[in-house]
Design a protein around this ligand. Structure first.
Ligand code: IMP
Length: 197
């Protein structure tokens, strides 16, 4: 089944393709479908709300079922920040490196045992008749003392998972097997299959 996917992030799209293809779902961007998607303001206060806002806008614009993911990093020592504001954490126009630098600065002096965090991903699919299918996935970890690894994107180089490597030091398959996005999408695919029965 083909689903319009509401993302402008090519690395996130690659993860979505990797995880969804074996589950029988082919994500297609607005550009690929010939309908470039408008930018959507993420005004929600939860991951679920923002995933819905992006998927609903893409479905309305294309007239096709559309799926979106909204994700972010919740750091315990920062009372769950940056959370839903992970993309805007270092301001408009900031880079992944700027966001990592800001987070490491905020956590300066915080010992390893208090640097616990989790990545969260909410997935929402909206159908033209208004029905929705949603799922949520999480992955626990610790914020490392400095960036490590060259793969992945976003906060991957400072998110240390069980076993001691960062997301950016895992192979794609290793990340997908444990990641917040992998967990959310596997659950989503199962719910979608039930929904389509
Ligand atoms: P959004 O879901 O596209 O709004 O992303 C929120 C923020 O979290 C962005 O800064 C992303 O780079 C970051 N992010 C989302 N997923 C991941 C991931 O799998 N690894 C690292 N950073 C991520």
């Amino acid at each position: 089944m083909r689903l319009i996917v509401a993302t402008h992030n090519s690395k996130k799209l690659r993860e979505l393709e990797r995880i969804l293809a074996p589950l029988g779902i082919e994500p297609v961007t607005g550009e690929m479908a010939g309908i470039p998607l408008d930018e959507v303001e993420e005004t929600g206060t939860t991951f679920e709300e923002n995933a819905f806002l992006k998927a609903e806008a893409a479905c309305r614009q294309t007239g096709l079922p559309a799926v979106a993911d909204d994700s972010g990093l919740a750091v315990d020592a920062l009372d769950g920040r940056p959370g839903v504001y992970s993309a805007r954490y270092a301001g408009e126009g900031a880079s992944d490196a700027d966001r990592i630098c800001k987070l490491l600065t905020e956590l300066e002096g915080v010992p390893e045992e208090r640097r616990t965090a989790r990545f969260v991903c909410a997935v929402c699919c909206v159908f033209p008749d208004g029905r929705t299918v949603t799922a949520r996935g999480e992955c626990p970890g610790v914020i490392g003392a400095e960036p490590r690894g060259n793969d992945g994107f976003g906060y991957d180089p400072i998110f240390v998972v069980e076993g001691g490597r960062t997301y950016a030091e895992l192979t794609a398959a290793e990340k997908d097997a444990i990641s917040h996005r992998g967990n959310a999408l596997r659950q989503f695919a199962a719910r979608l299959a039930e929904h389509l029965e």
